[in-house]
Design a protein around this ligand. Structure first.
Ligand code: URA
Length: 190
């Protein structure tokens, strides 16, 4: 068993917070553990809780479409959330839940070592950039980050779905930035 598989097994039997009692499935993450590109969302919704996979509902369809537009297919990236279990009724993640769960995300990032991390929405951005600043001010920028990765905050796709084509177009710009960062030669290989 790889260290990554061990981490997944540990998360799948997690009881560190009360969401363990209401979840159907732990939604650990999906994709290639050796990917250069990682997405971090907020928390599983109803579809994700039922299927055990992140971003399989409407927000996920938009994510897949925006990825396809910059020539990237979902199965070549890694997708995870701040919380691995669904908050009942899709309420916001609570600080105790984020605290209990953040070690799994940290270990995922340490093992995957992506070159680019895209945070989807406020919860992932605030946690990973350790900031209280809102997503509208942070998005569209490339932040030098942990483990030599670059972090690109963008809107949550569910927010873009609620806010119409302009918000989708803004996300599209951020995906183009992400694409350019991936196209740059990695340090040492220039
Ligand atoms: N929203 C998220 O933040 N994550 C999912 O997996 C699905 C919807």
């Amino acid at each position: 068993m790889t260290e990554f598989d061990q981490l997944r097994a540990e998360a799948e039997s997690c009881t560190l917070c009360p969401l363990a009692r209401t979840r159907t499935n732990v939604v650990f993450g999906v994709g290639r553990p050796d990917s250069q590109l990682m997405f971090v969302g907020e928390a599983p919704g109803r579809d994700e809780d039922l299927q055990g996979e992140p971003f399989v509902g409407r927000a996920g369809q938009l994510l897949d479409r925006l990825l396809a537009e910059v020539g990237i297919s979902r199965d070549t990236v890694y997708i995870a959330n701040v919380l691995k279990c669904r908050p009942p009724g899709n309420r916001n993640p609570q600080p105790v839940e984020i605290d209990a769960c953040k070690g799994y995300l940290r270990s995922q990032i340490r093992l995957i070592r992506p070159r680019v991390v895209v945070t989807l929405g406020n919860f992932a951005t605030k946690l990973l950039l350790r900031t209280e600043m809102g997503i509208t001010r942070l998005r569209g920028q490339a932040f030098p980050w942990w483990l030599d990765a670059t972090l690109v905050p963008t809107f949550h796709p569910a927010y873009a779905l609620r806010n119409g084509e302009r918000a989708v177009a803004t996300m599209r710009q951020d995906f183009e930035l992400m694409r350019r960062l991936l196209d740059q030669a990695p340090p040492g290989e220039a």
